[in-house]
Design a protein around this ligand. Sequence first.
Ligand code: NAG
Ligand code: NAG
Ligand code: NAG
Ligand code: NAG
Length: 357
Amino acid sequence: MKVLLVPAAFAVTIAAQGVVVHEDKHAFVVLDTLSPFRNGSQLFEPTLHVNTTPPYFQVYDDRFLDVLGPNPSIRVIVENDTFAFAHEAPVWIPSTNQIFFNGGKTVGRPVPVGPDVQINNGATLFHGDLLLVTTGNGTLPPSLVRMTPSAPFNDTVLLNNFYGRQFNSLNDAKVHPVSRAIFFTDVSYGFENNFRPRPLLPNQVYRFDVGTGEVRAVADGLVQPNGIAFSPDGATAYVADSAETEGEIGGSDPSLPATVYAFDLMPDTQVFVNRRIFAFIDTGVPDGLALDTEGNLYVGCGDGTQVFSPMGTLLGKIFLGSSSSNMVFAGTNRLVVLADTRVFLAEIAATGANLDF
Ligand SMILES: *[C@@H]1O[C@H](CO)[C@@H](O)[C@H](O)[C@H]1NC(C)=O
Ligand SMILES: *[C@@H]1O[C@H](CO)[C@@H](O)[C@H](O)[C@H]1NC(C)=O
Ligand SMILES: *[C@@H]1O[C@H](CO)[C@@H](O)[C@H](O)[C@H]1NC(C)=O
Ligand SMILES: *[C@@H]1O[C@H](CO)[C@@H](O)[C@H](O)[C@H]1NC(C)=O
């Protein structure tokens, strides 16, 4: 995979649309027993014959209208039907108004990455630079790599082991809004997809303090800890467990979690405590996470971006009709959503939190 660079204001290829569909939960809590039920891989469109094709906005709670504002719109800003170029690791660079994400090499401006970047899967902003999260490849270790966002894209490995032991296949990271420590997740998808050795560590969440060099585990007991994010005040951590899917060739087990968990942070150590279910995802698995300034949580899911209130109520969906691994706010009123063969720009009322690192 390569890191791609596409200006947020890239050429518009499809006109913006802003269809908002109100979904009455009472209309589907009881389905006709003869109607076709579904499994978690199939899409859920409660209002049939919506007079549009996706993307559109599904409203499950009226508070979603505050998130959307009076004139929400969504449009494709880059697409390539034959090539999944926009998968993961979106980062918005405020100073240059550019979006980086990972994928292949033919769309956008490919950024040359050095041999330190062995399969990039996650990324976040770190002191104005990119913090790339790599899965490792074969015996080459997973790592956290800092990369400058402009040529020559210098990269520096910040961490590639836990006291000498390689991580499994690092997935994603966020910087804590108060302590500025790096929190990152480790999964075993590299092993399950046959490109990493058998795991040497539990799949867990770590905290890394670049200043002191201290790395410590802060949460375990998760199956595949994936996306991670913090509330705007840094008091609550969210971690997506995407256990239901074992990766592209690993299959899927609907009896395993597809669940976002919330935690409190211990004030002194920032260890994650008081784990509780924040939301079980109805379609696909939760992947990348982001928050707006009101503390609503945006989750990359099997049908697009799902948006939850700080109390875990599903407010609504940016319904794409296809899966989206991740999304990132590009400042005020703009959400960039990756969907493999397409990149969407949603213009809504919400503004991203924790974007100034
Ligand atoms: C869900 O249903 C679809 C359509 O019948 C099927 O193709 C798919 O394999 C099912 N997935 C799971 C995980 O059962
Ligand atoms: C789309 O992807 C295909 C396959 O990689 C490539 O050949 C083609 O040039 C791409 N199209 C555009 C417009 O970049
Ligand atoms: C992983 O390493 C193998 C062996 O060196 C190489 O063939 C493959 O292209 C690498 N995969 C990626 C995605 O970089
Ligand atoms: C990037 O690397 C080049 C060549 O090693 C060096 O001259 C330059 O100072 C580096 N820039 C940054 C921002 O690290």
